[in-house]
Design a protein around this ligand. Sequence first.
Ligand code: HEC
Length: 231
Amino acid sequence: MSTSNDNSPSDKKGHIEHAGATDESIQRVHAILLREQDEPKEGFTPMPLFLLGFISAMIFLGSVYFVQNRGDFDPLVYDTRYDAEAAKAAASAPKALTPEQIIAKGKVLYNTCASCHTPSGMGVPGAFPPLAGSEWVNGSEEVLVRILLHGLAGPVTVKGSIYNGNMPAFGPGGGYSWNDEKISQVLSYVRQEWGNTGTAITAERVAEIRKLEASRSKPWSEAELLPLEKR
Ligand code: HEC
């Protein structure tokens, strides 16, 4: 029997199983690792300046791009046949008036005539001939436009009565200098008012006759106009 003692510490020591790490060493390493970390903080961290700047720049550049490419929110912009210049010109061009609007404008313009020919168009016997029922008003536009452009002087027969006065020129050189539109409007008005039966006269027709008579400077006489009336 050996003297060895199974319970001796020295013996025991020799048989201790060595773990990879002891409790103390684990705790020590953890302490080190924890010390390396930042202390946890409360509250929030402000947005990094770079990110704020980047987002702001994106919003700004996006706005600039949008404004430059919005196409005025016009759905036709995506039409390949769309011509922006032509569309702009068409929008700013004066709109053609309806016949009713032309008559309405002529009625206002007639106030100028009414001082002589009277508001009822009946004229003043012996001084101003009538426009209501007048053969000149209801007759050829060739003649009527010429009377307005350069005036009328000397004896003239209207509805069987002879007048001898001076009808002022409303065209070039006269005191009024009305344009083609105004002359066409007032004549279109008088030709359908007071039971008159004349047709409307366009500004284009007035312009043509104005051109034809560009060299004329004196008022017409009845003798000059009567042959034109039959044309
Ligand atoms: C300052 C007065 C005066 C004004 C304003 C005047 N007229 Fe006359 N008008 C006359 C006179 C006078 C005659 C006759 C001329 C003559 O005797 O040769 C005449 C003749 C006429 C005639 C031919 C004869 C007839 O009675 O049909 C017509 C048409 C006419 N005027 C239309 C007009 C129109 C339209 C206006 C307005 C844009 C106008 N006149 C403004 C004085 C005026």
